[in-house]
Design a protein around this ligand. Structure first.
Ligand SMILES: [Zn+2]
Length: 210
């Protein structure tokens, strides 16, 4: 059962894959968006590593990183090659360059950042970068639907909802600027059912035929 598909203000895009965990939080957030009289869209939920590679390709192309590291456009998820005397994923130099350009995208798998990547004043070059929580079914993104070029309207609602501590399992949020969305993290309560983070099967559309 996907409760948040019935939301009236925080609308879940049809392409989004929900888990019981994020479905519950998104359903509760709808009340907050209603309170503020604002509409927004959930643009992403559970994702696969392959989808993440497609996202990396998209941003590699629009930032011309595909010219410097063309392998990113054709590689498979697991294939590796020698780069600066190191065995790396074929997509790893391209993603490292994107991070270097401050285009923040999580890797499909844990990887080492190959170029300078300064975040919160720390250069993470040579450090392990962790994969996206979207693969674990614990995260979702809220995208701009207010007509503004940024997500400040959405952020205001999300911040108030989070700080109220009224939404169960809601762990935190951050802005993903390049994706222009508010990313939200959730967590299973202690002793909670691990299936809360697996995809909810979609019910077939009602056709009206008995
Ligand atoms: Zn996200």
């Amino acid at each position: 059962m996907e409760h948040s598909r019935n939301n009236k203000f925080l609308i879940v895009a049809p392409t989004v894959v929900l888990t019981p965990l994020i479905d519950g939080v998104i359903t509760e957030l709808d009340t907050w968006f209603e309170m503020y009289g604002r509409t927004a869209r959930v643009t992403s939920g559970l994702r696969s590593a392959q989808q993440q590679l497609e996202i990396i390709r998209h941003y590699a192309k629009i930032n011309n990183v595909d010219k410097e590291f063309p392998r990113v456009m054709t590689c498979s998820l697991l294939s590796k090659y020698m780069f600066n005397a190191m065995s790396v994923y074929e997509w790893q130099p391209a993603l490292s360059r994107l991070l270097n350009m401050n285009v923040i995208i999580a890797p499909p798998f844990q990887m080492i950042a190959l170029f300078d990547y300064v975040r919160d004043g720390v250069n993470k070059r040579g450090q392990i970068i962790n994969p996206s929580p979207h693969f674990r079914g614990t995260a979702f993104d809220i995208g701009g639907a207010t007509g503004k070029p940024d997500v400040s309207d959405e952020l205001e609602v999300v911040k108030a909802a989070y700080e109220s501590k009224e939404i169960a399992n809601y762990k935190g949020y951050l802005i993903e600027r390049q994706n222009n969305c508010v990313h939200s993290d959730c967590s299973i309560p202690d002793g909670g059912d691990p299936s809360m983070t697996t995809a909810i099967p979609r019910e077939p559309e009602q056709t009206g035929l008995a």
